[in-house]
Design a protein around this ligand. Structure first.
Ligand code: FAD
Length: 318
């Protein structure tokens, strides 16, 4: 089975309502949720983040599970969980990101609702920071190509008002170098990922080789001397060890010290690599989902690597 076919099959499993209900209720699959998810509630997630920092010196980016939501009840539930995390952060001593998809907080219901909700989360985070400059921020995840412009506009709107926000950009999109230039110019915080979506060849790089080449070009820009002078903060979010090496060399060549940029990876994926980077003095963060709706997320993670077939087989035959 090709990488693309495997990924499509896993996306099909992630979208199946029956499969989701079955898997989330089965005790046999609890090992999967423990691997990829930090627990069911905001308090579980903040405890997890505290332990990760204490034991491994690794920071967290917390994400309440549930995407592409088009009913107001679910939007309110998502908002409540994000706000609860933001409240728990005040006084926690953590340096934590709260990750948000615009479609989770109402973009598909009414774009104005997503603006109001994003602002209330950012305001709650800002209230909890006190005078700890650089601590905590609202990180906008990036979804499919259709919502890139609205997501950037929402980020820029809050950034211009001085809220602690950050933006994810995707190396698979051809437009990203231009988007990155605009973020460097405003001294923003940007998390660079390869991109978990596919799009037409006119707007996107389609081969892994081309995406990786673009990722390098973007790292060079993020870790340039000019970006540093602008007060830009780079977050390199990949499990690709070649790209980690390239970023570290580029950073050192251009006068960046560890801690002035960071690496981010996903909970449950290459934790050996994350720990090794942290042990070598790099700042490392783990994207840490929480919530009860974990199957669609976990099966998409499984779909990113065919070697994970063994995990899937174990959950299906257990
Ligand atoms: C912190 C973070 C935030 C993200 N946010 C977004 C977002 O907002 N929008 C978006 O479109 N995408 C997002 N992604 C997903 C991203 O776009 C990629 O799909 C994903 O990270 C896999 O690409 P990679 O860079 O790790 O490289 P790959 O080439 O896929 O992986 C590099 C190596 O890492 C290992 N590996 C990678 N994934 C797995 C896995 N699931 N299981 C086991 N081993 C694995 C393998 O050894 C592989 O050889 C995010 C990723 C991270 C790390």
């Amino acid at each position: 089975m090709t990488r693309r076919m495997w990924q499509r099959a896993m996306i099909g499993l992630a979208r199946s309502h029956r499969m989701t209900c079955f898997m989330q209720q089965s005790r046999a699959t609890s090992f999967l949720s423990r691997r990829f998810v930090a627990g069911g509630t905001p308090a579980d997630a903040v405890d997890y983040a505290q332990n990760l920092l204490a034991e491994h010196g690794i920071r967290s980016s917390l994400f309440y599970l549930g995407e592409y939501v088009d009913d107001r009840g679910k939007v309110s539930e998502n908002l409540r969980n994000k706000l609860d995390v933001a409240t728990l952060l005040a006084g926690s001593g953590l340096d934590l990101h709260i990750s948000v998809d615009p479609t989770q907080i109402g973009y598909q219901v009414d774009p104005a609702l997503s603006y109001a909700n994003a602002e209330s989360i950012a305001a709650r985070i800002r209230a909890g920071i006190g005078n700890r400059v650089g601590a905590h921020c609202l990180m906008f995840d990036m979804e499919d190509a259709a919502v890139v412009d609205p997501t950037i506009a929402l980020h820029d709107h809050l950034h211009a008002q001085g809220y602690p926000v950050a933006l994810t950009l995707q190396a698979y999109l051809r437009r990203t170098l231009d988007d990155l230039e605009a973020q460097v110019a405003q001294g923003a915080r940007v998390r660079l990922v390869k991109g978990a979506f596919a799009a037409d060849g006119t707007v996107a790089h389609r081969s892994q080789q081309a995406i990786k080449a673009n990722f390098r070009k973007l790292i060079a820009r993020m870790l340039s001397r000019r970006a540093r002078d602008q007060g830009f903060y780079p977050i390199i979010a990949t499990h690709d060890t070649d790209l980690h090496g390239f970023a570290r060399t580029t950073a050192a060549d251009h006068g960046w010290s560890p801690g002035e940029y960071e690496f981010e990876m996903l909970l449950g994926v290459r934790s050996d690599v994350a720990r090794a980077l942290a042990a070598q003095g790099e700042r490392v963060r783990l994207y840490t989902p929480f919530g009860r709706d974990w199957w669609p997320y976990a099966v998409r993670r499984i779909g990113e690597n065919r070697r994970n077939a063994i995990l899937l087989a174990r959950s299906l035959i257990a």
